[in-house]
Design a protein around this ligand. Structure first.
Ligand code: NAP
Length: 259
């Protein structure tokens, strides 16, 4: 790999590291190419990586990501800010192992058809009104949820919003989806599964509602209104985020950093 771009969080520390990495790589003959980079170097946190993934979604099949965390160690970041020199040496002199993390494909049907992608999760959220959602899995009716919404996460997203919903953390390397309600209402006239449901990666999950009016679709750090939507379909995409891993950083180490 010889062409790169750097996406840095907007703060002084990240910007300083960006300049250092950029200068060193340019000095060694690498080309800074914002339009068609081969390697995307993220400096900041897991949130910065999500931002970079969406910025370069149209090139996702061709690009690789490596990230430096300017806080603690993250799930998508392999280096801390006191390991910048190691990271630069690894990029310059080592051959990375490529680890892929599948994206979630989200199709929104209504007046128009839109397709979105998420690395962590998609959520249908309604903070104004109780959101009623019929859920089908592979075209079979599963349940009706009433509450603030629903979250469908990937393995990578299992430690993000899903974890705040008491969803299970899913081990690295497993490709599956996890469905969890957001503050679901349970009473004598209405019940839903309540527990998070871990689904096979070939499942297709559909969410229907006769009223999405004040609902939003949140996918990773992004949000769109669902006011004109009738149904939202989700499945594991054939697109992956490819991480360039130059060294072993165990999933357990990342996990133990979380709490
Ligand atoms: P953000 O500020 O970019 O991220 C919120 C927090 O989630 C940050 O601490 C971020 O870590 C962490 N994070 C992101 N992806 C993660 C992952 N896969 N595993 C563990 N932690 C992760 O917030 P945003 O722009 O609103 O949304 C980005 C993501 O944050 C969403 O996809 C969602 O999963 C998560 N989020 C979680 C909650 C919650 O748990 N209640 C609320 C809002 C958003 P860094 O500090 O390393 O960036």
């Amino acid at each position: 790999m010889k062409s790169f771009v750097i996406i840095a969080k907007k703060n002084e520390k990240s910007n300083r590291i960006k300049q250092e990495v950029k200068e060193k790589l340019l000095k060694h003959g690498w080309k800074y190419n914002k339009q068609f980079p081969e390697l995307i170097i993220c400096i900041g946190g897991d949130g910065t990586l999500l931002y970079a993934v969406h910025k370069y979604l149209s090139l996702i099949d061709q690009v690789k990501f490596v990230a430096i965390h300017t806080g603690t160690l993250g799930f998508f970041t392999d280096y801390t800010d006191d390991e910048v020199a190691i990271c630069i040496d690894d990029i310059l002199y080592k051959e990375p192992c490529i680890v892929s993390s599948p994206l979630l494909k989200i199709d929104i049907y209504g007046d128009t058809h839109k397709t979105k992608y998420a690395l962590n999760e998609m959520r249908i959220e309604n903070i104004k009104k109780t959101q009623i959602l019929d859920v089908t899995i592979d075209d079979e009716y599963f349940e009706t949820c009433r509450g603030s919404g629903i979250c469908l996460s990937t393995q990578a997203g299992s430690t993000a919003y899903n974890r705040s919903l008491n969803g299970a953390v899913i081990d690295s390397g497993l490709s599956l989806m996890q469905l969890a309600e957001i503050t679901g209402i349970q009473h004598s006239k209405h019940r839903s599964l309540r527990n998070p449901y871990i689904l096979h990666n070939e499942r297709k999950v559909m969410f229907y509602s006769s009223n999405f009016h004040s609902a939003f679709l949140c996918y990773d750090h992004l949000t769109i209104s669902l006011k004109d939507a009738e149904k939202v379909q989700c499945e594991i995409a054939d697109k992956c985020v490819k991480f360039a891993r130059y060294r072993e950083y165990s999933y357990l180490s990342r996990l133990k950093n979380l709490y």
